[in-house]
Write a protein that binds this ligand. Sequence first.
Ligand SMILES: *Cc1c(COP(=O)(O)O)cnc(C)c1O
Length: 254
Amino acid sequence: MLRRTMTEFDIRAGLQHVLKRIDEVLLQRPNEIQAARPLLVAVSKTKPAEAIIEAYDSGQRDFGENYVQELVEKSQHPDIVAKCPAIKWHFIGHLQNNKINKILSLPNLHMIQTVDSEKLATRLDAAWAKLKPASESPLRVLIQINTSGEEAKSGIGMNEAPKLYQFIRNNLKHLQLVGIMTIGAFGFDYSTGPNPDFVSLMQVHRSVCEANSLTPDSVLVSMGMSNDYDRAIEMGSTVVRVGSSIFGHRAVKA
Ligand SMILES: *Cc1c(COP(=O)(O)O)cnc(C)c1O
């Protein structure tokens, strides 16, 4: 047990390291990239409530989960509810229709990053209209784009993304569309050049901004994880989703 304690990951240090690295990259980012300071979403999937509370106590507010059931449990966990009143939950996993009501009724749900079809968007819009407290603002969403074109990945195709963007903006008043997101292919070899998933997402970002007369910094770009958030920021990412660099390695899910 003693050994276990000694090798436990230092979450505060992990968080500080990532925030410092973000600052470093920002200083080097080319000036022509007009983008806000990136928001760090700490991806806490598979990690216990104590880990989240530790990160919260170190100043972190935005957290990401990609399994509905885990988000249900954590967002209502008595210790988290008591100790993390200003926590903001981001859902970053695939959302099935039959889980929509469950997820939208959770406390402190801040954003759904994975909207990838008109159908899902329409259902979220209708469900939020019914469920949200009267004072609540529209539900923040990002469109997830499958930039790598891998069949197993969720997300709408690059070419259809601007149309979905338009559809949500024009028709779904209970959703606040704040940007786009990609996961991308794993294990890209950076010695071969810039990550094509990031290049593609920035292309979609440009066309969405142009088509809707939006300034680049008003459309969020969620890309970059532990192994490449710095590269993503160099290219214009404004939301990075970082798990293992903050919380330590995850046990592999069975
Ligand atoms: C797990 C996960 C992350 C974080 O991955 P790390 O490599 O641990 O930083 C980011 N985004 C999504 C969608 C994830 O599922």
